[in-house]
Design a protein around this ligand. Structure first.
Ligand code: BT5
Length: 250
């Protein structure tokens, strides 16, 4: 499998490993001193991680993929990797005939339910591990939302998981190379426009759980650095870089 994928993706990714099962592809890559764009794919995870200590259910039939990037991504640009992955996921779903949108910052929504999640972690200075979990085939009963979570769904296509991986890695490469390329443009305006067009959060009334309270308002735009700008009832604008966003009108 690994060699087949390597052949299909050429030199875009120097090292691609496919395993049947592991704990967490993000944790595995973070523990390696691996070169830029090393890819690890698992067909199943036993300890899949979501954000903030949450779990990612990872039964067989889904795609669990991590890419290690180094060096040259400054910490303030890391949030963009999450947004890039969201756009790559929307493009991938579209290529299999499925219309999907992104709930800011990291959930892939199909019909209002969550089909994929993204976890970008700075594992060492200058090293970022980008993890993507995507439900591909029929969803087992064991996949359940956590407290307050979105209902889960799946791409729902009868396609080999590794074919989906090839499309996703190809889209990710196209987006990430353009973004990280030597144009020196700190503001990826084309990407911002594409993100806007596939973002389900913008224009919505949202409720945001912040560490120091709750913010209710309208998600009006994304800043150039990828943060969400929410306008509250009194017209004041707040930037939200972390925190859990809930759509009030699904
Ligand atoms: C995420 O966290 O959405 C990030 C998920 C990243 C998973 C990938 S798989 C490859 C790599 N290796 C890892 O160990 N992780 C990455 P968050 O936004 O915190 O969402 C977690 C919540 O999503 C859970 O609390 C559940 O409510 C829900 N959930 C868990 N598993 C799910 C699934 N398979 N499908 C849909 N929703 C799920």
């Amino acid at each position: 499998d690994s060699e087949l994928l390597q052949a299909r993706l050429g030199r875009r990714y120097p090292s691609i490993t496919v395993v049947d099962r592991t704990g967490s592809t993000n944790a595995d890559l973070a523990a390696l001193d691996a070169p830029d764009r090393t890819v690890l794919i698992a067909r199943e995870q036993t300890a899949g991680q979501g954000r903030r200590g949450r779990d990612w259910s990872s039964p067989g039939g889904g795609l669990y993929l991590s890419v290690l990037y180094r060096p040259g991504i400054s910490p303030d640009r890391v949030p963009w990797l999450t947004l890039l992955a969201g756009v790559a996921l929307v493009r991938t779903a579209a290529s299999f005939g499925v219309e999907a949108r992104v709930k800011w910052p990291n959930d892939l929504l199909i019909g209002g339910a969550k089909a994929a999640g993204v976890l970008a972690e700075a594992s060492a200075p200058g090293v970022v591990v980008l993890g993507i979990g995507l439900n591909v085939g029929p969803l087992p009963e064991s996949v359940r939302p956590g407290p307050g979570g979105l209902p889960p769904t799946s791409l729902g296509v009868d396609v080999p998981v590794l074919d989906v991986a090839v499309t996703l890695l190809t889209e990710l490469d196209a987006l990430e190379s353009a973004w990280r390329g030597d144009s020196g443009d700190p503001y990826p305006s084309g990407l911002l426009a594409e993100y806007r067009s596939c973002c389900a959060t913008l224009g919505q009334e949202v409720r945001v759980e912040l560490t120091d309270g709750v913010l209710v308002g309208t998600a009006v735009r994304l800043d150039q650095d990828g943060t969400l700008v929410v306008r509250d009832g009194s017209g004041r604008e707040h930037t939200v870089s972390a925190g859990d966003v809930v759509h009030l009108r699904p």
